[in-house]
Design a protein around this ligand. Structure first.
Ligand SMILES: [Zn+2]
Length: 321
């Protein structure tokens, strides 16, 4: 998980999904809407380019176009440069006839430059296609934080406010608690709640990633609980130690002045238990006595010891006057 990110794993998993034709159209349309451009090239005529950061996604786009519409495309690698950290992959469909045929099949034809955010109802008629459309959008520009990291986060980026609003609406039809904001020239649709991210992974069909996410989440919650218990125990222990420290001081005063042997037996026995082990709780001291004494009984005895020690101190002060 360290080298390949959680997002990359999800995307590889999504690229293995076999979809019916209706869903292939929705997924490809979503990818083209986010990552596609139509260019008029003097040499090749009309060209449709779909750019992706991920070789597996490029292969999927190539394969889906070929299998669903029998249209050939080419994949080009753009090597990383000093300015660009990663390779990118370009799927190119060439020629007026091919491009128009594909866009027509994806219900994207006839909106000016070709690929615009005109999302045809036909692409989202069925629930399976809605899921495929979200899957395609995620493949195009989505990411999910590694669930081991501090905060849960899942997002998809698009370049227009309309497109953003559209996806937010689509997320809501699946009851996801979705939010959005503008980041420079982009619009970000995001999920923060881990339950929603689990639902989202289920919707797009990333079932293995969902299990990884759930395991990480359970582990994280368990670790938080353990920390909470340890913190509570430490706090309690500190309280016991503080109280015990005071009791020991009082017992020492008595020991140095009147002597522990002059205490009533009931007080002497708790004083000795306390001196033997400062970490014992009142309850534990009570359990060590024969016969055992309850916590409140032990508390009462320490109150009496405290009173005796305070009286001794007062008497000493008077004598010193
Ligand atoms: Zn479908």
């Amino acid at each position: 998980m360290a080298i390949t990110s959680f997002s990359a794993n999800i995307k590889s998993e999504l690229c293995r999904i076999k979809s019916p034709l209706c869903c292939v159209k929705s997924e490809l349309a979503a990818l083209c809407l986010i990552n596609g451009t139509v260019q008029i090239n003097s040499r090749q005529g009309i060209v449709l380019n779909v750019v992706t950061e991920n070789a597996t996604i490029a292969k999927r786009i190539y394969t889906l176009i070929k299998e669903a519409f029998d249209i050939n495309s080419s994949i080009f690698v753009r090597r990383k440069t000093k300015l660009k950290k990663n390779n990118s992959y370009l799927v190119e469909v060439n020629g007026k006839e091919n491009v128009e045929n594909l866009l027509d099949n994806l219900y994207l034809l006839g909106s000016g430059q070709g690929v615009k955010e005109r999302i045809h109802n036909q692409l989202l008629k069925k629930r399976c296609c809605k899921r495929a459309f979200i899957r395609g959008s995620f493949l195009a520009s989505g990411s999910v934080n590694n669930p081991d990291t501090a905060s849960y986060h899942c997002e998809i980026n698009v370049s227009s406010a309309n497109h953003c609003e559209y996806l937010v609406g689509l997320f809501k039809t699946f009851h996801l608690r979705v939010k959005s904001f503008q980041r420079r020239n982009n619009y970000v649709i995001y999920l923060k709640d881990s339950d929603d991210i689990v639902d989202f992974l289920n919707i797009i069909g990333a079932h293995n990633a969902l299990l990884t996410f759930e395991n990480a989440r359970v582990y994280k919650e368990m670790r938080n609980n353990v920390n909470r218990v340890v913190n509570c125990e430490t706090a309690n222990l500190n309280k016991i130690v503080d109280a015990a420290q005071k009791q020991i001081e009082q017992i020492k005063i008595i020991e140095k002045t009147i002597g522990l042997d002059n205490l009533p037996q009931t007080l002497k026995e708790v004083a000795l238990e306390r001196l033997r082990d400062p970490s014992l709780s009142l309850k534990e001291i009570g359990e060590r006595l024969n016969p055992p004494v309850g916590k409140s009984g032990i508390n009462h005895r320490f109150k009496r010891i405290q009173k005796i020690a305070e009286d001794i101190l007062k008497d000493n002060l008077k004598e010193g006057e």
